[in-house]
Design a protein around this ligand. Structure first.
Ligand code: PEP
Ligand code: MG
Length: 556
């Protein structure tokens, strides 16, 4: 049995045949020529294009919702008459069908790539269509997800983009393995949201051959190729045992001695609600509203927004629902909020609240839609802004919320400058929510999307704990909505640091509830003190665990 290792970012065990997403479709050789029948060659390409377009449409219809729009747009690209006539011209000049498709798409690609914003972001979609048509012509398996897998598969990829994952469900994916990515990458967030085990930053993952049986342990980061039957059943059995321990903890979050810690869900839209409710979320701690509009070229109307927000508010009567205004830029660019100039370092550029300096009307429209959505519902709507760096920004946002009639305006603490001056920001905001994903990225100047820098995303870095402690000490309620809160041991430490609530992908809720229920507030505080006294993440993790004996019951 060959074993690869990466970072386990979504717990549990998954087993199935490997499916390599976007198996590289080779570039057809330059100068390759067809056999002398241009009419037949054009017909061959047309038929392949039609099969690809029809397949994309069919998948879109099956998935529905946002995925239907994304895949429908790709089908339109495939059938673009300008591309067809370019291909026909190249074939008339003797070029083979495969090469003609490649060259025509590349010309179109260059034009798109030079455009700004939304169009430039469609380049990856165009490449995907090109590869599908070439694969069809060469008789190769199509890139992308299998439409008709007979059993759940282990999805292996370099990394996953939002459009790749639009169609996925727990029923079809047994586990994720990616070569790139870190604990806060899109893959990790989606995996946790789906409750599917995942390993990221797994060197060598993409050389796994399609169909290879793979066992994935999303807790330890182990990826075993061709494991024995005994190994598979032992791993699945222990995952099931852990599940049953978890389901024994129910009710609101609290430490063993009754210190309440609200356990809230991170959601990206109404589709995440059922899971959040069924796992006992006490409300929503982070509604990532930008997830609703990632593929839009045009901003959504206020009416459309109102409907999407109301659905989430209505799911939690009497409960807090914390909605984040659009966090556009860097890893989550929105086509309708383009940066004002080229951004050599997007994560350090116009993102989050900074985008609203230019697009203030979009923020005001969103706040208005939120206020209207809350009318007549019983949820306790709280609104917060991402990427706030200064007290002046916090005041600007809080004023805008008040002008829209919103009762509670908070800020996310995800920039060290904001944590260091938390007291000043607390004078302007009604609450804090710490985004540990970005706080780690900015504390260590390490891009959260880079697999090579994963160690800096580790929330156990003592310096990150220092920043959390400073923030929690300020005089406003303070939650954590970054991925750190979904690690049960870290959740205890965060509570020990003074955090009042924790928000996470729904599948982590039972783990965190069970871990808190097994420890007193004093134990959590002792674990936090020990972790902060360490100098490395590994030492901090080990030191905290000394004070958290109940984790062993959960096999954590
Ligand atoms: C964070 O940065 O920790 C956070 C919760 O926001 P996002 O991951 O959406 O940037
Ligand atoms: Mg963030």
């Amino acid at each position: 049995m060959e074993v690869l290792t990466g970072a386990g970012v979504s717990p549990g065990a998954g087993y199935g045949p490997a499916y390599l997403l976007r198996a590289d479709v080779p570039e057809p050789a330059a100068g390759s020529r067809h056999g002398g029948d241009p009419v037949g060659e054009v017909a061959r390409v047309e038929a392949a294009v039609e099969r690809v377009a029809a397949d994309l449409e069919e998948r879109g219809e099956t998935a529905g919702g946002e995925a239907r729009d994304v895949l429908g747009a790709q089908a339109l690209m495939a059938r673009d008459p300008a591309l067809a006539s370019e291909v026909a011209d190249l074939i008339a000049a003797g070029t083979s069908g495969e090469r003609a498709v490649y060259e025509a798409f590349m010309r179109y690609r260059d034009t798109l790539a030079q455009a700004a914003g939304y169009l430039a972001e469609r380049v990856a979609d165009l490449d995907d269509v090109r590869d599908r048509v070439i694969a069809e012509l060469l008789g190769l398996p199509s890139p992308g997800l299998p439409g008709d897998a007979s059993e759940p598969y282990v999805l292996v990829a370099r990394d996953l983009a939002p459009a790749d994952t639009a169609l996925l469900t727990k029923e079809v994916v047994a586990a994720f393995v990616t070569e790139q990515g870190g604990p806060t990458s899109h893959t990790a967030i989606i995996a946790r949201a789906l409750g599917v085990p995942a390993v990221v930053a797994c060197a060598g993952a993409t050389i796994i051959v399609n169909g290879t049986p793979v066992l994935v342990d999303g807790t330890t980061g182990m990826v075993a190729l061709v494991p024995s039957e005994e190994e598979v059943s032992a791993a699945l059995r222990s995952a099931r045992d852990r599940e049953s321990v978890l389901t024994s903890a129910t009710g609101p979050g609290a430490t063993a001695d009754g210190h309440p810690v609200a356990l809230l869900a991170n959601v990206g839209g109404p589709g995440d609600l059922a899971d959040a409710v069924s796992r006992g979320a006490e409300g929503v701690g982070l509604y990532r509203t930008e997830f609703l509009f990632l593929d839009r070229g045009q901003g959504p109307s206020e009416e459309e927004q109102e409907a999407a927000y109301r659905e989430v508010l209505e799911a939690f009567p009497g409960r807090p629902v914390v909605v984040r205004v659009l966090d556009s830029g860097a890893d989550k660019p929105l086509g309708f909020l383009p940066p004002t100039a080229e951004q050599p370092n997007p994560a350090l550029g116009e993102r989050g609240i900074r985008v609203f300096r230019t697009f203030t009307d979009v923020m005001v429209g969103q706040l208005r839609a939120l206020a209207r959505a809350a009318e007549g519902t019983e949820a306790r709507l709280q609104v917060m802004a991402p990427m706030v760096a200064t007290a002046a920004e916090a005041r600007w946002f809080a004023d805008a919320c008040r002008a829209a009639g919103l009762p509670s305006a908070g800020v996310m603490i995800e920039i060290p400058a904001a944590a260091l001056r938390a007291g000043e920001l607390a004078a302007e905001a009604d609450f804090f929510s710490i985004g540990t994903n970005d706080l780690a990225q900015y504390a260590f100047a390490a891009d959260r999307q880079l697999g090579a820098l994963t160690e800096f995303q580790d929330p156990w870095q003592p310096v990150l704990l220092d920043l959390v402690a400073m923030t929690a000490a300020a005089d406003v309620p303070c939650g954590v909505c970054g991925e750190a809160g979904s690690d049960p041991a870290m959740a205890c430490v965060l509570v020990g640091l003074g955090v009042d609530s924790l928000s996470m992908g729904a599948p982590a809720l039972p783990w965190v509830r069970a871990a808190l229920a097994r420890h007193t507030l004093a134990q959590c505080r002792a674990a936090a003190t020990a972790a902060r006294a360490a100098t490395t993440a590994e030492e901090a993790r080990a030191a905290a665990r000394e004070h958290l004996p109940g984790l062993a019951d959960l096999a954590l």
